[in-house]
Design a protein around this ligand. Structure first.
Ligand code: DCP
Ligand code: MG
Length: 400
């Protein structure tokens, strides 16, 4: 905080405090399934690839809190999830329900929730299918922001039957960490003067950008908590991590200027598929890529976008090495043909020495469109009538 010199009798400085909320749905896919089928409620539920009695491939998308007690979480290999569930069952604990998931349903529910909360913020940013940032600065104080968020949580529960956890803080970074602090159905408020006290005792893992590898590196150097991280001088962090070290220095202090961007569009739409068997069969891979491109294109349109500027394909080889290739155009592309042809062209080098010198088999491919352009969908396909209005500036908050 920089308090510049002030003359006696100056009017008080305008309120510089931002109030940002981060909302994250609880066990999102699993919660939607539990709402749909009350028999599942409270049971261990895993959404993800087909476990095939332990021989399945692919990973867990999400696990209900009951399944997390068995050690099953997002990105756990589905074969391991199966073994953990079996072990629990043999201990006499409840059997786990494995579901493939209904992604169209999750997107619908997500869209309705996003619309609901977007209308109740000065600015709104959709961060993923189940999380969003809300700028609530016009409410001017944290008590009112907290009351407002309680009413938003109540509305989401009433309309969709789902709980979420919310963090309220002076910026996006701290709000995101706070939303994860108490789950499920949590509400954590961190006022400007409380930021450091809140962050200091937490594990460095809560800091966005610190994954398992960085964590191991830092722990090896005796850095386990945010307070430890804050004690490391900036030049040392830069020496360890390069430019990212500077970011880590700021994050350890809960500093972030990033605005809640007032565009509510997701930055990309993508899908991927793990094959039943690793393969280098070009015809087969092309067929799956075309199917993925069709799915991505439909979803992009259903979400109210008319076109894209960037196409990215992902290839994961047998040994789990994963590569992306992208292609961007100056003009917006608006057709399925453009998406399909670009995706197939991007995949080509993976079949020969250019991107696959050892001729490794392919385990997974993905297709994604980015730099999306919002706009009406051709062919008179139904477009969400609320979608265009949602990008405009919102009126001030009620009572704000
Ligand atoms: N998801 C996924 N693959 C991952 C992580 C998440 O497919 N590796 C999907 C499934 C989740 C949803 O995205 O339900 C939201 O992700 P979160 O990380 O917010 O996880 P949850 O909402 O499931 O749980 P939590 O209560 O911890 O937020
Ligand atoms: Mg979530």
């Amino acid at each position: 905080m920089d308090d510049g010199p002030r003359e006696e009798g100056d009017p008080p400085a305008p309120p510089a405090t931002r109030i940002v909320a981060h909302l994250d749905m609880d066990a999102f896919y699993a919660a939607v399934e539990e709402r749909r089928d009350p028999e599942l409620r409270g049971r261990p539920v895993v959404i993800g690839a087909d476990p095939k009695e332990g021989r399945g491939r692919g990973v867990v998308a999400t696990a209900s809190y009951a399944a997390r007690k068995y050690g099953i979480r997002s990105a756990t290999p589905i074969s391991r999830a199966w073994r953990l569930a079996e072990a629990a069952r043999r201990r006499g604990e409840p059997a786990t329900v494995f579901l493939r998931g209904n992604h169209a349903l999750y997107r619908d529910v997500s869209g309705r929730i996003m619309t609901l909360i977007a209308e109740r913020a000065d600015a709104f940013e959709e961060a993923s299918i189940d999380e969003a940032y809300l700028d609530l600065s016009s409410l001017a104080d944290f008590e009112r922001a907290e009351a407002h968020v309680r009413s938003v949580k109540g509305l989401v529960l009433e309309r969709e039957g789902l709980t979420c956890s919310v963090g309220i803080a002076p910026n996006k970074l701290v709000a995101k960490i706070a939303s994860d602090f108490e789950k499920p159905d949590g509400l954590t408020v961190v006022r400007p003067g409380e930021v450091q006290g809140f962050l200091d005792p937490l594990s460095i893992r809560v800091v966005p950008g610190i994954g398992p590898k960085t964590e191991a590196l830092l722990r090896a150097r005796g850095v386990a908590t945010v307070a430890d991280l804050r004690a490391v001088e900036r030049p040392r962090l830069v020496e360890w991590f390069g430019k990212w070290g500077g970011d880590a220095y700021e994050r350890a202090r809960g500093v972030s200027q990033s605005p809640v961007s007032n565009e509510w569009e997701r930055k990309s739409v993508g899908e991927q598929e793990t094959f039943e068997q690793d393969t280098l069969d070009r015809t087969f891979v092309h067929g799956r890529a075309v199917a993925l491109a069709e799915g991505v294109f439909r979803r992009m349109q259903a979400d109210g976008f008319a076109g894209f500027r960037t196409v990215t394909v992902t290839v994961r080889f047998t040994n789990f090495v994963t590569r992306n290739r992208s292609s961007s155009t100056g003009a917006v592309a608006r057709t399925l043909e453009a998406l399909r042809d670009t995706a197939l062209a991007l995949l080509e080098p993976f079949f020969d020495a250019r991107e696959n010198p050892r001729g490794r088999m392919i385990r997974l491919i993905g297709v994604r469109v980015e730099k999306l352009e919002r706009g009406s969908v051709p062919d008179g396909a139904p477009a969400d009538p609320d979608a265009s209005g949602a990008t405009s500036l919102r009126p001030p908050l009620p009572g704000g």
